[in-house]
Design a protein around this ligand. Sequence first.
Ligand SMILES: Nc1ncnc2c1ncn2[C@@H]1O[C@H](COP(=O)(O)OP(=O)(O)OP(=O)(O)O)[C@@H](O)[C@H]1O
Length: 707
Amino acid sequence: MQALDGGRIGTSTVSIALLDAETESARAYATRLTDLVELEREEEMRRHEREIETLSGREREDRGRALLRMRGRDEGEGLGGHHVKLMREQKGQPLPDHEIRVGDLVMISKTDPLRDDNPTGTVTQVTNYSITASFDPKPDGWVFGKGLRPDRREEVVSGLRVDLYVNDIPYQRMQDALAKLPTADGALKQLRDVSTGVASPAATEPAPIDDWHNSALNDAQRRAVRKAVATDDVHLIHGPPGTGKTTTATEVLQQCVDRGESVLATAASNTAVDNVVAFLAEQGTDVVRLGHPARVNDRLRTHTLDAQIEDTDTHRRSQQKREKAFAVLDRQEDLTAPSGRWRRGMSDRKIKERAEQGRGSRGVPPERIEEMAAWLALQERADALFDEAEALEQEAIDEVLGAADVVCSTNSTAGSDLLDGHTFDTLVIDEATQATAPSCWIPMTHARRAVLVGDHKQLPPTIQNQEAARRGLRHTLFERLAHHHETAPEAPGSIRSLLRRQYRMHETIMGFPNRTFYDGRLEADDTARHRTLADLGVPEHALPADERRAILDPEASLVFVDTSGIDAPEHQRSGSHSRENPREADLIAQLTTALLEAGVAPSAIAVISPYDDQVDRIDRALAPDGPETDTVDGFQGREKEIVLLSLVHSNDRGAIGFLDEPRRFNVAVTRAERKAVVVGDASTVAAADVLGAFVRYAETTGRAVPL
Ligand SMILES: Nc1ncnc2c1ncn2[C@@H]1O[C@H](COP(=O)(O)OP(=O)(O)OP(=O)(O)O)[C@@H](O)[C@H]1O
């Protein structure tokens, strides 16, 4: 092989690289991942098809994935094909809430949404009143309401249905990022080769740091920051729940800012990004959060790019230009537009020439021509003003991005046009073990080096297609890097830092995940070890005298409430894939109310459940200004003094659905600081290994309260 290397076969040069079963060439790696992303995309389409089959149009509209009673207007040829504007049949009616966004694929149908020949198009614009999509080829006439009613007097009102078919943008961005890998050079090539195991990470000495933003960091956290800040390519920060991964990542970001670097921080989910933004903002770092303000936590809206742009003078100037443009367009109203009847085939240039000469043309009187020329002049003026407004808007964006210390976004949004051409000195991906490799590559193509933070014992990325999962999409970049460059975290050249001391949970809450998931290597910091509700000044006598007192006892930090003795069956709403348990929801509402009445602040409590429908039910049972409610997946990375968890499942089959993923249960029980109350039916859930072990742990070490 050595003899062959560098030689020629025909016109090709032979290059021999060392590959084993686990290392792939860059091209093979990118191609494989691109194929897996495509499988995911197809799976999403199939899921929409299945939902279209099983739900009525009205039900799908209620979920925001279809729009009924629509009509189409032909907008002519444009970028990407033939444009059609879709609006409610009734003029001027706004669209209901929906999930359809620019870049999504939508399908139009009239009688049967499952017909193979229904046109599909890409959404190019969304307003409160309309969706515009481009189609190639041009859809048939029925889409534009062409045709006559049987009485042949009036145009048919279309009665169209628009269905969300696939949210294409994230897939496109992943594939665009992967497409850059085979021909990458410089920093991206090194990141790629270290990730595929072809190259070794560059050896660096930990950076000396004297000024810490967070002086509370422990030795392991400081070591992790020193190594991350010094790395030339990749560093991994690994730690169980509450060990301060996000805290450490925040320090890494701030140290990089201090060194004058440009910094990008991302995560797969909006919640995780919000979490990083909150940490940074708390420390007074200037952050700008990319992404649609509607998907950003209310408290953090002021950090969004949109909000910050609105505060700039440049944006105000842009708005003024826009207003002027509209005023100019208003003046057109009194003039004759150069449309079919008066234009008579004349080009714009011809109209202007004739107007200058004061001449008419083929039955169009000179005064009409003059009006049309004036109309055209106003149009040009308005167009120029709109262009200037747009340029100023771009300037405002650049201003805000340039002034920010740290840019934060989801992995996917890092692939938006906003960051086109931007390369950041350092990228930090939080909760990287919850992101697929293609998702991480989106921000990685914008970075010189990357710090990945995660814990592979918490929730993995959601993968919809089983084949894609099996063929490797479930292995995250974090895991792959850890695997390729496996050395003890303490070893000098290791690319991995391990955090072990947790600052969140009372030791009884920590005990179960520690023995089940972390081989007993987790230790509780003294500040957290003995924290209970009693420290918050909740007196036992303030609690109700019924069985709730045993459950809410301030000294009991881990309580399992067993509903197997009462009639509390799970339910499934019709058409829903989710689950709910009304009795559990009522019980949780009563427990929460008792806590609030005993003086606990709503902000100290969170109620979580694996199921959306149960969260929704509990949410409705609580007062609007009551505690936060969320799914377990949505609450990953978060913490609260008291967490109530509703397991939901109660059936004769021992079926536990979402809870069959032990990592989801790990996330769920590790959110509480002082008190975790888990409500569930032991006779159902204990059939599963991990949950069975948890019930036994609660009986022996925590507290079990049978109802
Ligand atoms: N060195 C420290 N001293 C005191 N408190 C700390 C320290 N490090 C972290 N904490 C606190 O511990 C809690 C958990 O930290 P953080 O959210 O960063 O952990 P995490 O590892 O990211 O958790 P998760 O895995 O659940 O996302 C936070 O309240 C944080 O302020």
